[in-house]
Write a protein that binds this ligand. Sequence first.
Ligand SMILES: Cc1cc2nc3c(=O)[nH]c(=O)nc-3n(C[C@H](O)[C@H](O)[C@H](O)COP(=O)(O)OP(=O)(O)OC[C@H]3O[C@@H](n4cnc5c(N)ncnc54)[C@H](O)[C@@H]3O)c2cc1C
Length: 324
Amino acid sequence: MGNRGTSNCLLNFGEQEGATGWLIGKPGQGLRQMFTMMNEARISVGMGAAALAYRGYRQSLRYAQERTQGRAQGDKIGPPVAIIEHVDVRRMLLQQKVYAEGALALCLYCANLVDQSDDEAEALLALLTPVAKSWPSEFGLIANDLAIQVHGGYGYTRDFDVEQLWRDNRLNPIHEGTTGIQAIDLLGRKLLLSDGKAIELLRARITQTSERAQAAGRYKKFAWELLSFWKNVADTLDGLKAQAPNTFDDATLFLRAFGHGVIAWLWLDQAMVAAELAETPFHMGIDHACRYFFENDLPQARSWLSVVAQHSTLVRKMPIEAFA
Ligand SMILES: Cc1cc2nc3c(=O)[nH]c(=O)nc-3n(C[C@H](O)[C@H](O)[C@H](O)COP(=O)(O)OP(=O)(O)OC[C@H]3O[C@@H](n4cnc5c(N)ncnc54)[C@H](O)[C@@H]3O)c2cc1C
C-alpha cells in the first residue's frame, strides 16, 4: 500500500564474504536484548499513529469549515451551509478528536514515565507499552477513516492528504508486533504471568483521579463508571486465569477494552485539569471530548469485556473446514 515519508532500507549481511556478529549480553538472551529496542519502537509506533490521526482530524476540521453542502435543518430556501453545521459531521469530528487526542495523551503519559524511570514508572511503562502501541494504531486508523468520510468523495482521491494518512496509518497495527501479538503480551506477560504489581499501580492512579473527581463534585457519574469498569477488568482477569488453555482466545478484545479503560481515565484526568482553567474554546473542547468518550465509547468497551468474561468457545469450536 505504500508507507510514505519514511526512509526504509533492507540490509543483507554477508552476501559476499561473510559477516561478523558481536554478542550483546549473555548467550541465550538475544530476544530479551532485542526487546530493549523493540519496546522503544513500539511506543514510537503509537506516537506516529497518534500524529497521523491528529493530522487527519485537523485537516477534516478545516475542510468541514470550508465545504458548503446542504441547508441548515428546517431551512428550505437558504444558501448551502458549511458541512460543519450538520451534527452528523460534527459527530465524526468529535469522534476523531477523542481518538486522536486520547492517543496523544497516552503516548505523552508514557513519555513522561520514560523520563521518570524509577521502579514504579518502569513497571507502569511495561504494562502500558502494548496499549501505547496498539490503541493509537487501531483507533487512530478509525479516526483517519472518518477524516476521509468528512471529505466525502474528495477524501477517496489523492488530491487531499487524508487518503495518504489512512494508508500510512494502516501499517501501524501490523509492524513492530501486530495487535494480536500485543494482546498476548498484555494478557500474558504483563498481567496473568506477572506479580500483579503493575496493574495495582495503574488502578491506584485511576482511583486517585476518580476520587478527585468525586470530591470536586464534577464528573461524578464518570468517576463512578470508571471505577466500576476497572473492577470489571479485575473480575474478568480472575475469570480468565481459570480458562487455560483457552485463556488467550479473546486477548485482542480484552486489549481493546483495557485500552478504552486507560483512555477514559486520561480523558477524565484532562477534563479535571481543564475545569480548573478559564472557559476557552480549547477547554470546552476537552470537556466535550471527555463526555463523549464516556457516553459513546466506554459503553462499547464494557460490552467487549462482557464478551471476554463469557468465555464463549464459539470461535474455538468452529471447525476450520467450516470457513468455507
Ligand atoms: C511497510 C512495512 C515495513 C516493515 N518494516 C520492517 C522493518 O524495518 N524491519 C523488520 O524487521 N520488519 C519490518 N516489517 C515487518 C513487520 O514487522 C511484520 O510484517 C509484522 O511483524 C508481522 O509479521 P508477519 O508479516 O510475518 O505476519 P504474521 O506473523 O504471519 O501474522 C499474520 C497474522 O497472524 C496473526 N498471528 C501470528 N501469530 C499469532 C499467534 N501466535 N497468535 C495469534 N495470532 C497470531 C497476526 O496477529 C496477524 O494478524 C515491515 C512490514 C511492513 C508491512
